[in-house]
Design a binder for this molecule. Structure first.
Ligand code: RB5
Length: 146
């Protein structure tokens, strides 16, 4: 898969580690940064990854900030994005199965690296269930269009 990744200064080291992990799993990674450690603004990176995913330049996205919350809120402002913050593997799996989340987010200050890897893997291996869940996603799209 082609996976867009973005982060703020709170998550640079974890981002590099997750990029390596994704490559080990055989994925192509598009890195939107930041690659630095100086304070920066997470909305920039959330928007860039969100736009890449919404435009289908990437199959899905990974976003990391201190909590995963701010950067996912920013990404969710892009039409077509369904970014979900996850701190456990069950939520990561279910947000693909039920919400067809196209971006997974988590917090570098909240989860450790091994759990972060497991969250990403659970998300990537899960499949959207469709059916009644598709109807609910259609309702979310209607909200975007009102
Ligand atoms: C940066 O200090 C921090 O606010 C950010 O990484 C994130 O946690 C925001 O939601």
């Amino acid at each position: 898969m082609k996976i867009a990744i973005g982060n703020d200064h709170a998550a640079t080291e974890m981002k590099f580690a997750i990029m390596e992990y994704l490559k080990e799993l055989g994925h192509e990674v598009i890195n939107f940064g930041t690659d630095g450690h100086e304070s920066c603004n997470y909305p920039e990176f959330g928007e860039q990854v969100g736009r890449a995913v919404a435009a289908k330049e990437a199959d899905c996205g990974v976003l990391i900030c201190g909590t995963g919350v701010g950067i996912s809120i920013a990404a969710n402002k892009v039409k077509g994005v369904r970014a979900a913050v996850c701190s456990d593997c069950a939520t990561a799996r279910l947000t693909k199965e039920h919400n067809d989340a196209n971006i997974i987010a988590f917090g570098a200050r909240i989860v450790g690296l091994e759990l972060a890897k497991d969250i990403v893997k659970a998300y990537l291996e899960a499949e959207f269930s469709g059916g009644r869940h598709q109807e609910r996603i259609d309702m979310i799209h209607e909200i975007e269009n009102r």
